[in-house]
Design a binder for this molecule. Structure first.
Ligand code: ATP
Length: 267
């Protein structure tokens, strides 16, 4: 297992969020994390990246307890694409993507010989090479999102933790980014844990879907088994139908209307 989440509990002051999450992501796997706003998906990714520490339980990255790793060592194992990031005044695209090399730098923070090549490859991976000298502040929201993905890829880690990687992207670029991540996973043996709100895209691009609800994992399995009207209603609060893509074979969702959230997925 590359990522192993063992009985993880976590809360912010006055707000318990995770209450015993169990999750194991195998080497080379792609897992989509789904659930309602505020159910703790981003919190779980931040815990996996070592930016937060569980109040109980443990998260292992490659066998190491991430809470015991120095920030830089954790960043060498897993790259996190945050949901939002503060604007970076005055930086060009190349300079921002190069920030992804931070963890790989030497003790004095000096860039090494291969850093330029890794940065260039990451920009090429998401098709932003042509913007290398543009100021990040002058990019649109969707353009900036792709640059931030390049920055995460520039960390050159085996594990990618992607928090809503398709935010701000038009449909064409949503598909492009998800297909690119999947291609890189296969070609480079990456392990991907990503938060997605579109269950249809999760069903198509992830090998496994994990639904969080009430602070625990409420469903976990291959899309064809997990994506059901019961999951839509129970974990996402939406009544709808589920069909099958006639060519791809993956589940397709037809959400209809919001419904009150029930206690158990199967209810
Ligand atoms: N820094 C913080 N301080 C206090 N509460 C927080 C903080 N960050 C998140 N929360 C709360 O913790 C809960 C879980 O937040 P989290 O961002 O993990 O949810 P999420 O499932 O990723 O939601 P979304 O789908 O809206 O992105 C939410 O109720 C949120 O308001």
């Amino acid at each position: 297992m590359v990522v192993r989440v063992e009985d993880v509990h976590f809360g912010y002051p006055g707000r318990e969020v995770l209450r015993g999450v169990e999750l194991a992501v195998r080497d080379g796997e792609s897992v989509a994390l789904v659930g309602l706003n505020g159910c703790g998906k981003s919190t779980l990714l931040r815990l996996c990246a070592g930016l937060l520490r569980p109040s109980r339980g443990r998260i292992r990255l490659d066998g190491d307890d991430v809470a015991r790793l120095a920030r830089r060592d954790a960043a060498r194992k897993a790259a996190l694409l945050h949901q939002s990031a503060s604007p970076v005044a005055g930086m060009t695209v190349r300079q921002l993507v190069c920030q992804g090399r931070y963890a790989a730098r030497g003790p004095l923070g000096m860039l090494r010989g291969g850093d330029d090549a890794v940065t260039a490859r990451a920009m090429a991976d998401v098709g932003v090479t042509g913007w290398a000298d543009r100021p990040v502040a002058a990019l649109s929201g969707g353009e900036r999102q792709r640059v931030r993905l390049a920055m995460a890829l520039a960390q050159d880690t085996r594990v990618l933790l992607l928090d809503e990687p398709t935010t701000y992207l038009d449909l064409r670029h949503q598909l492009d980014v998800l297909a690119t991540v999947d291609r890189l996973r296969r070609e480079r043996g990456l392990t991907v844990l990503m938060v997605l709100h579109d269950l249809g895209q999760a069903a198509r691009f992830a090998g496994r879907i994990v639904a969080l609800k009430g602070g625990v994992v409420a469903a976990d399995g291959p899309p064809r088994e997990v994506v059901t009207p019961q999951l839509l209603a129970g974990a996402l609060g939406v009544a709808g139908r589920v069909g099958t893509d006639p060519e791809g074979g993956w589940p397709v969702c037809y959400p209809d209307h919001p419904v009150p959230i029930t206690e158990g997925i199967a209810e």
